[in-house]
Design a protein around this ligand. Structure first.
Ligand code: C5P
Length: 308
C-alpha cells in the first residue's frame, strides 16, 4: 500500500560532508600496503550534493570544484558505489548521479568518499533497497577507507585503515578556515613519502596520545583542541609541496588556535576561537595569496543524508 508519506519518487537529493582529521597517527604499512591508523575525524560543513535520478544505466555528471579532473567513467567512486549496491541487492535498475562538488579534489578532505557515501544513500532510497546502516558501512568499507566516515559524519575515532569507527563525544561547534591548494596530492604518494622520511624509525603507538584532544572535544574547548591537533602525514605533505609551509605559517601568524594539514593534504585547516575569528583567519589566508580558495566551515556536521 502506498501512503501519502511514501509516494515513490524518481529522484532524490543527498548531501555528504568533507572531513578534517583532528589527529592522524600512522603505523608502518601491513602486507596489504595499508598503514594501520588511529585517527580522529570531524565532518565539516563543506558538502558534496548528489541528485540521483532513475535511469537505464549507471552514469555520473558533475559541476563545481575540480569537475574537469574527476573521471566520469566506471572508475568514478560514486558510480562504483551504485554498481556495488545494485549487485549486492540483485537490482538491475540504473541511476544518473549528478554531483555538485564543493570539497576539493585530491585535497585530503575525502571528497570522493563523500560522493560514494552519498551515492550509496541515494540509490538505497531510489531503488528501495532497504539496506541497514551496517550494510551501507560495510559496502562503504569496500569502496575506500574514508567512505564509512562520510556515511557516519559528526566526530569519530577511526582505527584499522581508518574505517572502523567509534563515535566521539563532542560539545558545541568548532570553527575552521580551510585553505584549498592550487594542486592536489595523491594519497598513496603521501603515505609512501611518509615511509621514505621515516625509514626504519616508526614511532611506537601510544594509546594515551589523544587524551587531551578527546578531553578538548568533550569540553568544547577550542584552545585545547588547537594545541592537540596532530597529523603524522603533515611532514610528508610538506615534503612533496614545500609551499604549503607558507600556508601553515600564515594561518599561525593570523592567530589560529591550531593549524593542521587535512589527511594526506594539501588542504590546510586552521581553527578559530569562534566563527568571527575563523573568518579573520580566512581573510588573512586569502590576502596572503597562499591558497587557490579559502572557505570557513563548522564541525561537527552529520554524515550522508537525504535532503527533503
Ligand atoms: O582506501 P583508499 O582507496 O582511500 O586509499 C587510497 C590509498 O591510500 C591506498 O591504496 C593506500 O596506498 C593509502 N592508504 C594507506 N593507509 C591507509 C589508508 C590509505 O596506506 N590507512
Amino acid at each position: 500500500m502506498t501512503s501519502a508519506l511514501s509516494v515513490p519518487t524518481d529522484w532524490v537529493r543527498v548531501r555528504a560532508p568533507g572531513k578534517v582529521n583532528l589527529s592522524l597517527r600512522a603505523a608502518a604499512p601491513g602486507p596489504d600496503g595499508y598503514h594501520p591508523l588511529v585517527t580522529v575525524f570531524q565532518a565539516v560543513s563543506v558538502y558534496e550534493d548528489v541528485v540521483a535520478t532513475a535511469a537505464d544505466d549507471i552514469t555520473v555528471s558533475m559541476t563545481g570544484t575540480g569537475d574537469q579532473i574527476v573521471p566520469t567513467d566506471s572508475s568514478n567512486l560514486a558510480v562504483r558505489a551504485a554498481q556495488l549496491l545494485a549487485s549486492r541487492a540483485g537490482i538491475s535498475d540504473g541511476v544518473h548521479l549528478h554531483i555538485d562538488k564543493r570539497v576539493p579534489v585530491a585535497g585530503g578532505m575525502a571528497g570522493g568518499s563523500a560522493d560514494a557515501a552519498a551515492a550509496l544513500v541515494a540509490t538505497d532510497e531510489l531503488w528501495g533497497t532497504g539496506a541497514s546502516r551496517e550494510d551501507l558501512l560495510d559496502l562503504g568499507r569496500q569502496l575506500g577507507a574514508d567512505v564509512p566516515f562520510a556515511l557516519m559524519g559528526h566526530t569519530a575515532v577511526g582505527t584499522g585503515r581508518g574505517d572502523m569507527l567509534t563515535p566521539a563525544m563532542v560539545v558545541g561547534e568548532f570553527h575552521w578556515a580551510l585553505a584549498f591548494a592550487e594542486h592536489g596530492l595523491s594519497t598513496p604518494r603521501v603515505f609512501s613519502a611518509l615511509d621514505d622520511l621515516r625509514g626504519d624509525e616508526v614511532p611506537e603507538s601510544d594509546p594515551d596520545s589523544d587524551i587531551e584532544l578527546m578531553q578538548a572535544l568533550r569540553t568544547g574547548d577550542p584552545h585545547a583542541l588547537g594545541e592537540a591537533l596532530h597529523n603524522d602525514l603533515q611532514p610528508a605533505a610538506l615534503h612533496l609541496l614545500p609551499d604549503l609551509g607558507r600556508t601553515v605559517q600564515t594561518a599561525r601568524d593570523a592567530g589560529a588556535l591550531g593549524v593542521v594539514v587535512c589527511g594526506s593534504g594539501p588542504t590546510v585547516a586552521a581553527l578559530g576561537r569562534n566563527r568571527a575569528h575563523a573568518q579573520v583567519v580566512a581573510a588573512s589566508l586569502t590576502l596572503a595569496g597562499v591558497a587557490r580558495q579559502v572557505v570557513t566551515a563548522t564541525g561537527p556536521v552529520p554524515g550522508a543524508r537525504l535532503l527533503v
